[in-house]
Design a protein around this ligand. Sequence first.
Ligand SMILES: [Zn+2]
Ligand SMILES: [Zn+2]
Length: 824
Amino acid sequence: MAEYRAGEIETRWQRLWQEQGLFEAGEDPKKKKYYCLEMLPYPSGDIHVGHVRNYCITDVVARYKRMNGFNVMHPIGWDALGMPAENAAIKKGIHPEKWTRSNIAQMKRQLQRMGFSYPWSREIATCDPSYYRWNQWFFLRMLERGIAYRAKAPVNWCPSCLTVLANEQAEGGECWRCHSTVEQRDMEQWFLRITAYQDQLLDDMKGLPAWPERVLVQQENWVGRSHGAEIDFPVEASAPLKIFTTRIDTIYGATFMVLAPEHPRVDAFVASTPDEAKARAAIAKLRSQDRRARLEGQLEKEGVFTGRYATNPFTNKPIPIWVGNFVLMGYGTGAIMAVPAHDQRDFEFARKYGLAVDVVIQPAGERLDGATMAAAYDGPGTVVNSGPFDGLPAERAIARMTAHAEAGGFGKGAITYRLKDWLISRQRYWGTPIPVVYCAACGMQPVPDRELPILLPPDAPFTGEGGNPLEKVPAFVNAKCPKCAGAARRETDTMDTFVDSSWYFYRYLCPNKDDGPFDPDVVDYWFPIDLYVGGIEHAILHLVYSRFWTKVMRDLGLVKVTEPVVRLFPQGMVHKDGEVMSKSRGNTVAPDDVIGRYGADTLRLYVLGEAPPEMGLEWSEERIEGPARLVQRAWRLVDRHAASLASEAPAPPGELLGPAKELRRKLHQTIEKVTNDVERIRLNTAVAAFHELVNDAYRLEAELSKDAGGRAVLREALLALVRLMNPFTPHVCETLWERLGQTGGLVYEPWPVADPLLAREDEVELAIQVNGKVRGRITVPRGASEEAIRTQALLEPHVRLHTDGKQIAKLVVVPGRLVSVVVR
Ligand SMILES: [Zn+2]
Ligand SMILES: [Zn+2]
């Protein structure tokens, strides 16, 4: 008996696949294409079983599609720029490039041991100058079109990473990477005008039916489109203050205004206050408060009266202008009309400072009173105390009041968005240099295309102090102005690494092209991506940026698609001891350890079979025994019969009986089930089906071995089992395929096809009684639905003789026995 030695088998097949280039793919217009992708990993150095889970999912689908005749693209690469490499350089004195390259080598070896079917010739690392030069090229195209621009802006600054963070990288006031508290600073920064695409980003979601709803909802909230009105509130001896509101129906209840402490007109307003010094001190204090805490309303509401008044344009009454910590610049106009009766923040502020609370919406069956109410009311109701609009339902008042403001020339309907332009400047070394220079005479000048790539200098000092290492490399900073040839200073900001991951999946298709980012015809063949697997944490950021980037490229005439990804599948996380597996928690399991003990096939089968792919998976050492046993049992089954089955000719098809019929039926049911499951990415239930089929084969093998018909069915079952399991456990299946006398390997072996007739369960005969007397009989498949039995019973000719023209009062199905019909 041959012993199952995973290590030997796996090394052998991995070498053979690689030598024969079986996973390489080229454009072939005669074949249907399938682009199967996982989010490219960050080369942190350590890969753990949590990472390999999503690669296992895509590998099953890629191998399955190849067996189904598709031309499959399933590439891999490295998201290799970014802060951890630079932090490692500061801490350990290793150059970021060296650290990154050695991590890539290590992780590549680990991925290769898993037997993933990647075309390694297409491997890219975003830190290759041959990659990031195209980031620079895209940047220049965006600069020409005004999509890239430079502006002074209050930015989130991480004092530990010494860099600017995008708003979404500073959620909750914490750096997404190091969790330090984020500070606010004003700096000149580079932005990409993603807001020019905000409506498309929302509206094109209709074309993404195969994206999970929860991802679309997150993106929708991130763009945050709201419909409302812009209203001008006149200010005496000054320009009017503009506000945006989604609740113009409450405008008669606006009893004061609040400006953000940073609002540009605050200083002028307080200049006329009697106690100016005191007001200025109080405003300075508000400005120093944590912006994030202010935004999230975590702080006690605080404010200062400016001494000035505006006029509510609907009531023509003066209302005081305050400065308050709960209003922020950059959200709306930095000024609000405060309606304390119908907005909780305004209500708390009004109660604290004794400001009027005027009810203008009355809910049905209640009588709110501004003097006594304990909280704001923001529900539906009828408009009151609002002059000519009294008695209107609040929703209808919105259109009428907006029209009134438009007619009066002091307002109009408007839409606002929460989305901000994408801040891409980073004050770090290990990113793509932004290709512009600053000339004292000519100002900012883009670097000409022929000078790309602007390379990262290898000799920057990594001290961790004083900001960007690039500033300390004179050979990098000192540049020549492309316009006047005079001395110029090179931009030292580098790009957010989310730029790299916004378009990498196009570069896989033309990884060596050096006169463009890719060939549009090649992209046209492969795009869109048919399946994209990655973590749900990328629902915003990457998955919005890459949609934006595709739309920009479409507008540049480079691609035809409007959306890059047809089907998005976020895989669940791997947990251990009740926590998400991660390096920082110290609960990781290295795939190498598991492969050493059980083999890669068992590890693959375990992560695929242990839980639904979209759900969390709790790592359990004991439970690996289940898939390990399945591999062993399939091995022994083939081992016992290989010699006789490999040589035996198939038995002629004919009427099968007993165990042969039973196993063949189970086989075709399994083919049906596994095919369905892989299409729907329910891979865990496919693994359960393998267990069942192997169990049945074990139970029936002795009987089946007795005659040629039985042996033929056993052979058929084993050959199909090996093909069905191949996407899951490819190494052992290739070996078993050989042992069953087959040649040519499994990579492109056709997928088994289920015969629905053979898969069908046996039939049973049912008697049909009408009013207690048997009038006919029908045969139905065992397990047929009640609905199907009912329909068939009523169509039986003898039954119809006794039921036609009568009313069916009752119909009872007794499964496996009879159908009882009562007529009147
Ligand atoms: Zn940080
Ligand atoms: Zn110049």
